[in-house]
Each structure stands twice: as structure tokens, then as C-alpha cells.
Design a protein around this ligand. Structure first.
Ligand code: SF4
Length: 226
């Protein structure tokens, strides 16, 4: 564990970052999908589409698929892998993502879409991550955003920032980072804090050339390069 930690609480950081970063549904495909009110299946699909690509491309792919199928699981399944991969190509890794989306479609058709809302979240998480192409992060983004389940999804932005804040180290596992950040921010704001950290990682705390000189946390961050 890093020896020096950021000298603010999670709540103080959340408030500070919220005052300088605004989050729009166009910045996060899952937020856009949720706002569209097309159901939990559509939100899970949008999260799969965001894997290893920009939100912009994930959003384009999501809109293409929505236009073609209205995100009805039966209609998505009936596309088959080739047609589906053409529709979502802009999001990259289209064959892999199509495979995951088709497996998810079969699962949702078998269980019924309402199952995603009613099943015990811990059990649902286990079932979702047993579907090839759906990992812990994908399941946690869904459970946090749609079910308000207390989990903190961890992506590369979040891991990098948590290391720079001295909360975790490079060897920390997904589970350790997720649990530490959930405690750090607290469950009531963890879902929003997760998106705020990603937006912060895209703007200020970038992988290369972090903008420490103008970062709102520069006076309290142990990693500040100023
Ligand atoms: S001061 Fe630099 S390293 Fe620390 S949070 Fe800000 S941008 Fe990241």
C-alpha cells in the first residue's frame, strides 16, 4: 500500500470534483441508455459496447443497435453474429462484443427481462459474470447504476487515480480496489463518484501528462507533479 494518502475524505473530493466537472448522459453510454428508458437489457448492452473503446463510439454503436432492434432481446438475438457485428462495428472488437451480447440476449430471454430487476443482486452478479464477455466491471457498472447495489466498478482510469491518491498500489486486485473505493466514498455517492472519477481521469488525471498544475486536488494529492 502506498505510504502517503490524499489529504481529503472521499466526500470532500466528491464535492470538489463535482464543482468543476459536469457529467452529461452523452459522456457515458450506460447513462444515455438508462435515460432512454429502454429497460435493463439495453443498459447492460451499452456497458458491453463501452469495453475498450471511447464513449463516443460506444454511443454511436448503441444508437445504431437501438434503431435496428429497439434493444428487444429477441430481435437482437435474431440478428445473428454477422449482422450484429456490422451494426456495432464502430465500437470495435465487434465479433467479441456481438458474441457477449448474443449470449446475454439468450440469458435474458430465458429468465425474462424483469429478472434483471428482481433477482438478488449478489446472485445476479455471479450469473452475469459467468457469461463469457461479461466481466466484473460490466456487472458492477450495471448493478451500481441500475440496481443501486453497493459496488464500485473499477476501470483503468479509476485504478490509476486510486494509485496516485495513495489508496491502493499497483498490485491491488479488482476486488481490493473496489472495496477500498466503496468505503472511501461511501455507498450513497459511490455510483456518481465512479463516473466522476472516470471523467476526472479523462480530463485532469490523464494516463500520460496529467494536468497537475491546474488540478483542483494538486495541494492534497501525494502524486502531484508541480
Ligand atoms: S494532482 Fe495530478 S496526479 Fe494528483 S489527482 Fe491531480 S492530476 Fe492526478
Amino acid at each position: 500500500m502506498a505510504s502517503e494518502k490524499i489529504r481529503l475524505s472521499g466526500k470532500e473530493i466528491y464535492e470538489l470534483l463535482s464543482s468543476v466537472i459536469s457529467i452529461s448522459s452523452n459522456d457515458f453510454a450506460p447513462l444515455f441508455a438508462k435515460k432512454l428508458n429502454a429497460g435493463p437489457f439495453s443498459v447492460l448492452v451499452s456497458i458491453i459496447l463501452t469495453q475498450n473503446t471511447t464513449e463516443r463510439n460506444a454511443l454511436k454503436a448503441f444508437k445504431n443497435l437501438f434503431e435496428a432492434t429497439k434493444l428487444n432481446p429477441q430481435r437482437v438475438l435474431s440478428l445473428g453474429i454477422r449482422e450484429l457485428s456490422k451494426i456495432i462495428r464502430v465500437a470495435g472488437l465487434s465479433m467479441q462484443k456481438s458474441g457477449a451480447i448474443l449470449r446475454l440476449s439468450s440469458y435474458v430471454i430465458e429468465k425474462g427481462e424483469g429478472y434483471l430487476l428482481s433477482e438478488d443482486p449478489a446472485k445476479l452478479r455471479e450469473e452475469l459474470i459467468s457469461i463469457p464477455g461479461i466481466g466484473e466491471k460490466t456487472a458492477d457498472v450495471f448493478l451500481s447504476l441500475y440496481r443501486k447495489y453497493p459496488v464500485f466498478p473499477v476501470d483503468t482510469h479509476i485504478k490509476r487515480i486510486a494509485i496516485r491518491w495513495g489508496l491502493v498500489d499497483k498490485k491491488s486486485s479488482y476486488k481490493e480496489i473496489s472495496s477500498i473505493l466503496l468505503d472511501f466514498f461511501g455507498p450513497s455517492i459511490s455510483d456518481k463518484a465512479h463516473r466522476l472519477m472516470i471523467a476526472f481521469g479523462r480530463t485532469y488525471c490523464r494516463s500520460k501528462d496529467p494536468r497537475c498544475w491546474e488540478c483542483p486536488l494538486k495541494k492534497v494529492c501525494p502524486h502531484a507533479q508541480i
